[in-house]
Design a protein around this ligand. Structure first.
Ligand SMILES: Nc1nc2c(ncn2[C@@H]2O[C@H](COP(=O)(O)OP(=O)(O)OP(=O)(O)O)[C@@H](O)[C@H]2O)c(=O)[nH]1
Ligand SMILES: [Mg+2]
Length: 471
């Protein structure tokens, strides 16, 4: 174990003891992690959840709210002063302002503290004063969890795997060509290293745009303030028997190791290891719309992402967690307002099937899991229309591109999720029977009633599962 690991572990222990004390004696803190792949709906989820906890009229499924025990909710400065604050006010203004639009893409970790004043339940409840429960909500990209797999690999192993993967994908050809005549044993030439890293980053972006999810190192896609730094200036090279000191190969290896130690590990230590409850958002409808390949790819990315929640998965993580684990994991298929509610149960089934493998492991490890089809912000209304003597369950909303109102039939999801997952696993290119059309809707203009948050689908059930037992 390296010294910094040891030091980190010690400080984690101290912190764990400290957390325990303050929780028992003072005010409980529940850290809720919100993650998912790019565009899965994290920002909209957090914004709507917070708005609906501040104004609780649309949250009947949260028991403590229905029982009238949540007497106040307010935003507070967060305890982690170096983490960017989740920009609630701006995201809320985008979604619920006079010309509603979806919020900008967010590319890093952010955090928000919402505090609830809750009257205790039970026999002596009337005699006790309300207590304060803090919810620390942390938004982080799911892609960062994929990086966990890199910790177990040496630079040579990683290079070999990545180069094999590239050879199977058209997006990889440019990089492979570029690297073919590179002599990795020559002394490092920084412009060459930069060219290789740039070309490799281009591959990662192209692969992601083509719908592949296994695009690590995750920070190459979302560099934030690390853009251009040496930890992001490496790329895979073909194997070399003996790389001389100061050679290109050695330097690439050094940077790969630095990425593990200084990018991956701090994320797991500072954010992941402290999460109590986790929401994993999945844009299953979007993947279905893109076709079988996207569905299969999403399934394997989910398995990989969720393996981070499996105890014993990784020695580094074990030391960090010290037996602490995420207590509850919610898998939520987002944007369910794209389909009629009669199909929501089917969407939930698909969601369960997509995460089955990973869910079984998490269950085995004692975490409680649950799947839901939700819409954080409902952008449509339902409508049943007659079409050639058949009645079709449609949804109506404002189309994102044209701004026009339209009602439209998205197609029927199958009763048995395997009808989607099996062709996907077998490598089919298109769906056999149906094609699924999901339009992009703009958020609708709302008149907000006092005491009511924005309209949603099952956000209250999501909240009840995540925090209901602690209120
Ligand atoms: N109809 C509908 N669309 C949604 C909903 N939530 C998210 N979307 C759509 O999904 C897009 C992505 O949502 P975000 O919340 O920004 O997703 P994200 O996971 O934060 O995305 P990144 O920050 O880019 O990783 C939005 O721009 C909307 O088009 C919803 O509840 N209903
Ligand atoms: Mg976001």
């Amino acid at each position: 174990m390296i010294i910094t690991d040891l030091a980190n572990e010690v400080s984690r222990r101290v912190e764990a003891v400290g957390d325990g004390l303050s929780e028992a004696l003072f005010e409980p803190v529940i850290r809720i992690g919100v993650t998912g792949l790019a565009r899965s709906g994290k920002t909209v989820f957090i914004t709507s959840l917070v708005a609906n906890l501040l104004d609780r009229g649309r949250m009947p499924q949260v028991a403590a709210i229905t029982e009238g025990r949540v007497v106040a909710a307010y935003l507070q400065p967060q305890p982690d002063v170096t983490v960017p604050r989740f920009d609630y006010e701006n995201h809320r203004a985008a979604l619920l302002g006079p010309s509603p639009h979806w919020p900008e893409s967010t590319r890093a970790v952010s955090e928000l503290r919402l505090s609830l004043k809750v009257q205790p339940a039970g026999l002596l409840a009337g005699l006790q004063r309300p207590r304060t429960v803090h919810l620390d909500i942390v938004d982080y990209p799911g892609e960062w969890l994929l990086d966990l797999g890199l910790l177990d690999k040496t630079y040579a192993q990683w290079s070999q795997e990545v180069l094999e993967r590239l050879a199977k994908r058209e997006q990889g050809s440019a990089y492979l060509q570029g690297v073919a005549d590179v002599d990795a044993s020559v002394t490092l030439d920084e412009p060459l290293a930069q060219r290789l890293a740039k070309s490799f980053t281009q591959y990662l972006n192209d692969a992601r745009d083509a719908g592949f999810y296994d695009c690590t190192p995750g920070r190459f896609l979302l560099p934030g303030d690390l853009a251009g730094s040496p930890v992001l200036t490496f790329a895979p090279l073909p194997p070399l028997e003996k790389a001389p000191r100061r050679s290109l190969a050695r330097e690439m290896e050094r940077r790969f190791e630095a990425y593990k130690a200084q990018v991956i590990k701090p994320f797991f230590r500072d954010h992941f290891a402290r999460i109590d409850r986790q929401v994993v958002l999945v844009d299953a409808l979007g993947a279905i719309h893109r076709g079988p390949q996207a569905v299969d790819d999403m399934r394997s990315a989910m398995a990989e992402i969720l393996s981070a929640f499996r105890p014993g998965r990784n020695a580094f993580l074990n030391r960090l967690l010290l037996g602490k684990r995420v207590e509850r994991i919610l898998f939520a298929a987002t944007k369910a307002d794209h389909i009629h509610h009669r199909q929501h149960a089917r969407l939930t089934n698909i969601m369960e099937a997509l995460t089955r493998e990973a869910q079984d492991r998490a269950k085995f490890a004692g975490a409680k899991t649950h799947s839901l089809a939700i819409a954080s912000l409902r952008a449509t209304v339902e409508e049943t229309m007659d079409h050639k003597g058949r009645s079709l369950d449609c949804v109506r909303g404002t189309l994102l591109d044209s701004g026009k109102q339209a009602a439209f039939y998205p197609g029927e999801l199958p009763n048995d999720p395997m009808q989607l997952l099996t062709p996907a696993q077998r490598g089919a290119d298109t769906w056999l029977d149906d094609s699924y059309q999901f339009m992009s809707f703009a958020p609708s203009t709302l008149t907000m009633k006092p005491g009511f948050g924005p309209p949603h689908i099952r956000l209250d059930r999501a909240a009840q599962f995540l925090i209901g037992d602690r209120l």
